[in-house]
Design a protein around this ligand. Structure first.
Ligand code: ATP
Ligand code: MG
Length: 389
């Protein structure tokens, strides 16, 4: 009896002609995330993907694989040949193992016969194995409605036995929906925004803005740590670090204080768009949420949007901060995000930012700036790091 991790992918998105494209991408990602384990084998058995590995690695592999987008459920199963005697032995073994971990009074066998040529149908398998468990395991009874434990049995090219369906994140395999540039700050929101769009299959690279030496190297390291956590879900990412200190100084000297934030944000968008276009990305992604701060009013967002033509995805737009934090905690970016290092936005942030900026007024202020030159200088001096999972 070998142990394997089974992977179920969302059926809906995978129907039709594109199915093999999605499945192949998923298999490629799975092979990548488990590449450091010995003696693994990833294969398809009918509608599921299975990962064979050394028994002692199975728990760790299950945890890693759970973070791959496109997967709905995973299970840790025993894999055996298609033989009723082996199945009976396995069902009893599984029950005994689970009883050692917790008290189990009732059970139900839930069988699925994927291979219609197998000589027993699902109900016959359930009845047979149920009887064997009752005979061999003490103090236990069947409860078909609300059992303490399910013993799942699947008959495919091989047979699989397991007791737990572990929920994964769903979504689509990364890279099946184009590429986007995430504006990644060190805050709570943007890592969550990147996670959410990556979950929809976008391959992400990031742009991070800093105001070194006003912002510290530690603030920069914090962003790299965030990217490292995100890479567990999003795969390898390139981080373009852009110093916007000169841009901020120039805005500070030439534009009204109250417009500082909005104009800085328009520069951030323009630079991100340029980097996106140079690298064949088709969208920008931000962690903005309506009304969260002064620059995130509808008029503020409109003024920000008007500086670029690529679509801007804002997956958090309708979410409350508490819900965003919940996701940040779940994906483990939260603790890093709340480290108290300064962000470039705080360096010149105005006391009274405009909340209803008028585009004409903003554009008029910007006419005092040499926009193209400032952007060119910032991009020419950017540094790029690849964060590998
Ligand atoms: P976050 O928690 O993501 O920092 P926030 O609530 O602090 O968001 P803002 O500071 O207004 O909001 O930023 C809005 C969005 O602009 C961010 O979610 C991010 O996408 C982008 N952004 C802000 N600061 C930076 C930065 N220093 N580098 C890259 N992108 C940034
Ligand atoms: Mg921020």
């Amino acid at each position: 009896m070998v142990k394997v991790v089974s992977v179920s992918f969302g059926e809906v998105a995978l129907k039709g002609k594109n199915r093999s494209y999605f499945v192949n991408k998923l298999i490629k990602h799975l092979k990548r995330v488990i590449r450091n384990f010995d003696n693994t084998n990833v294969y398809q058995d009918r509608s599921k993907i299975f990962i064979e590995a050394e028994e002692e690695d199975i728990d760790e592999i299950a945890n890693i694989v759970k973070k791959v987008f496109g997967i709905v459920l995973i299970s840790k199963c025993y894999k055996i040949d298609k033989d009723m005697d082996l199945l009976r032995e396995c069902a009893v073994k599984v029950m005994e193992e689970e009883s050692e971990k917790r008290e189990i009074k009732t059970f139900k066998v839930d069988a699925k016969r994927g291979d219609k040529k197998f000589h027993l149908n699902s109900m016959e398998i359930e009845r047979d194995l149920g009887g064997v468990i009752l005979k061999n395991v003490n103090d236990i009874s069947v409860d078909v409605h609300n059992p303490d434990i399910y013993v799942y049995v699947e008959v495919r090219d091989f047979c699989y036995v397991y007791t737990e369906k572990i929920k994964a994140y769903g979504g689509l395999p990364v890279g099946t929906n184009g590429k986007g540039i995430l504006l990644l700050s060190g805050g709570i929101d943007s890592p969550v925004a990147g996670f959410m769009m990556s979950k929809r299959g976008i391959k992400i690279d990031c742009v991070h803005y800093h105001s070194y030496p006003f912002t510290s190297e530690r603030a920069e390291e914090k962003v790299m740590s965030l990217a490292k956590i995100m890479a567990q879900y999003c795969g390898d990412m390139r981080i373009h670090s852009v110093n916007i200190l000169n841009i901020q100084k120039s805005i500070n000297e030439n534009c009204p204080q109250s417009q500082m934030t909005i104009i800085s944000r328009r520069f951030m968008m323009r630079i991100a768009e340029k980097i996106a276009l140079e690298n064949d990305h088709d969208a920008l992604i931000t962690g903005e949420s309506l009304g969260q701060v002064a620059s995130q009013t509808i008029k503020g967002l409109n003024a920000t949007n008007a500086s670029v033509t690529l679509p801007v995805f804002r997956p958090l737009i309708g979410m409350d901060k508490t819900d965003i934090i919940e996701i940040a905690q779940d994906i483990k970016t939260f603790e890093t995000s709340i480290l108290p290092y300064e962000d470039c936005c705080s360096v010149f942030s105005p006391k009274h930012p405009v909340t209803r900026p008028k585009l004409e007024a903003i554009e008029k202020s910007e006419s005092n700036l040499n926009i193209d030159e400032l952007i060119k200088e910032a991009i020419d001096n950017k540094t790029v790091r690849t964060i590998k999972y």
